[in-house]
Design a protein around this ligand. Structure first.
Ligand SMILES: NC(=O)c1ccc[n+]([C@@H]2O[C@H](COP(=O)([O-])OP(=O)(O)OC[C@H]3O[C@@H](n4cnc5c(N)ncnc54)[C@H](OP(=O)(O)O)[C@@H]3O)[C@@H](O)[C@H]2O)c1
Length: 264
């Protein structure tokens, strides 16, 4: 399928690993000029930088000025901006609501919600100037299926999905489409890194992290397809939503969860 994305300019937040890295990789393959923001880099992102038009920007997107810095560097380099992917976000395993401090709430909200507010505010004037542009927000099924063990993250994702709809309403007449993707569990470092959610599930069940991801998580979470999602599956949908093939799709929130959410 020809996505007609060649030479478009995109900013991707949280780009060094996981879903963000998969989005950068898929975009680079399509000839998109990508500006990738995260605190550090990885060998995989460096390899894309060395072989494609990918610029790596070291930036802390939890800091108030982080998102604006990233967008400014993209526009300085390419003199335009067509696509913003608000991907960065973080969750922490909580013992319960009463154990989450103000500072912990603030950290999760800064990275998962305010990073998207700030990146969108910095990017929208440029996206409007582009004439036809798109924002894709990587939300979560936790926006509609809040889990107590990620109470702050669930609330932050609900806010992000809500923001996505508001922005779609305001900016559709100016040519900017805004859509959200709500994944269920995806095989990324959020799950697979030491101390990540796979380790936590494995410790609770007395199994390996691999068994947790391949068997326990799909079964315990009621994932009808029997498996979690792979990062490239989120990336493929992100590219489609950012492309002119989705020219009349805005304000949508698309669940990618193997059937975990049982309601309409
Ligand atoms: N994995 C899942 O199961 C799942 C499910 C639903 C939704 N999501 C959402 O999908 C998005 C991506 O998740 P993921 O699983 O791919 O995450 P991940 O594997 O933890 O990767 C997070 C990315 O964000 C970057 N990052 C973290 N803190 C940052 C900061 N302060 N400033 C700049 N960059 C930062 C990391 O790079 P550095 O460490 O180098 O900064 C990394 O590139 C998140 O919004 C997440 O909530 C994930």
């Amino acid at each position: 399928m020809e996505l007609h994305l060649k030479d478009k300019v995109a900013v991707v937040t949280g780009a060094s690993k996981g879903i963000g890295l998969a989005v950068v990789e898929a975009m680079a393959r399509e000839g998109v000029r990508v500006v990738a923001g995260s605190r550090g880099s990885t060998p995989e992102l460096d390899a894309l930088r060395d072989t494609h038009d990918v610029t790596v920007v070291a930036v802390d997107l939890a800091a108030p000025e982080g998102a604006e810095t990233l967008v400014r560097q993209a526009v300085e380099r390419h003199q335009r901006l067509d696509i913003l992917v608000n991907n960065v976000g973080a969750a922490a395993h909580r013992a319960g609501f009463l154990q989450v401090s103000d500072a912990e709430w603030q950290r999760i909200l800064d990275l998962t919600f305010f990073s998207a507010v700030r990146a969108s505010r910095a990017a929208l004037p440029h996206l409007v100037s582009a004439g036809e542009a798109a924002i894709v927000n990587i939300s979560s099924i936790n926006a509609r299926l809040p889990f107590p063990m990620v109470v702050d993250y669930s609330a932050a994702k609900a806010a992000l999905t809500n923001l996505s709809k508001s922005l779609s309403e305001e900016f559709a007449p100016q040519g900017v489409r805004v859509n959200a993707i709500s994944p269920g569990p995806v095989r990324t470092p959020m799950w697979t890194a030491p101390g990540g959610f796979a380790d936590a599930t494995a410790a609770d069940a007395g199994i390996t992290a691999q068994e947790a991801l391949d068997v326990a998580v799909p079964r315990n979470m009621g994932i009808s397809s029997g498996r979690i999602t792979e990062p490239h599956e989120i990336a493929d949908l992100t590219l489609f939503l950012a492309s002119p093939l989705a020219a009349n799709i805005t304000g949508a929130d698309i669940i990618v969860d193997g059937g975990q959410v049982k309601t309409l």
